[in-house]
Design a protein around this ligand. Sequence first.
Ligand code: GUN
Length: 285
Amino acid sequence: MSILLDGKQCALDIESTLKLDIEKLQALGKRLPKLVVLLVGDNPASVSYVTNKDKACHRVGILSEIIRLSETSTEAMIIDEVIKLNKDDSVDGILVQLPLPNRMPSKKIIESIDPNKDVDGLHSVNVTKLVMNEKGFVPCTAKGVVTLLKTYHIPLQGAHAVVLGRSQLVGRPLAQLLTNENCTVTVCHSKTIDIPQYTRMADIVIAAIGQAKMVTKDYLSSKAAVVDVGINKVDDKLVGDVDFENVVDLVRAISPVPKGVGPMTIVTLLQNTMEAYTLREAHHG
Ligand code: GUN
C-alpha cells in the first residue's frame, strides 16, 4: 500500500494552528490580518477558486474581501484598484486572480502590487528572492506542495525531483523551491523528448502539466512519491494529471485529486497572508 498524501487533512491541521494564532490576536485586541482578492470578470472556475479562498479566510478568522471588476475593465482601472489597496493600511495581502479575461496580460498589474503585500509571490521582487534563496513570498501551490511532502517526511535533500510543467504559477517556482531544498531537479515540458525516461528515475514526481491522467505506470518506479497538481474536468468530474487508480499500488506515496494539492494551495495563501501581517506589524511597530 502506498502512502496517501492527504492534502485535505494537512490543510485542516494548519488551519487549526492559524485559527489559534488569530484568536490570540483577537484576545489582545489587535488589528486582524486582511486579504483582498481582485476578481476581474466572471470565469466560473475563477469565481469558484475565489469563493473557496474567501471561505477559508472566514474559517480561521482572517478578514477577507473580494473586489469584483467588470470583464471590460482596462489594465489602468485594475492598476488603480491595486494602488488603492497598496495604500490601505488595513490590507495585508493582495491577490489578483488569474487568468485575466480576454487574454489581458497580467505582468504590469502584478508589478503594481506592493511586494510586501504580494501573497501570491508573483511580483518580480519575490521571484528574485526565491531564485536567490532569500526570504520572500512564494507562490501558494509551489509552497503548498513542499509543505505536503515535508509533512509526510518525504526526504528532499539529495532526492531527484522531476517537475512536469514550467508555468509561472507552479512549475517554475516549484523547481526553484525544490532546488533550495537541496533536491536535484529536472524540469520536463511539452517539448521534452521521452518524459518517462526522466520520471522513471525520479524519487519525487510533481505533475503540473494540465493533461488529464497523463502520468501512468509507465512513467513511474516503486520509489516515487507523486504529487498531482492537475485539475482537469472530464465528464464533469475532477481528475488530476496522474492516472491515480493505475499507479496507486505501484508508487511509494501519492496525492489524490481532489483533496490533495488544492486545499494546500488555499491554506498556503492563509499562511502567506498571516506572514505579510506579521512582517507589516513588526515594521510599523
Ligand atoms: N489562478 C489559479 N491559481 C492561482 C493562484 O495561485 N494565484 C492566482 N493569482 N491566480 C490563480
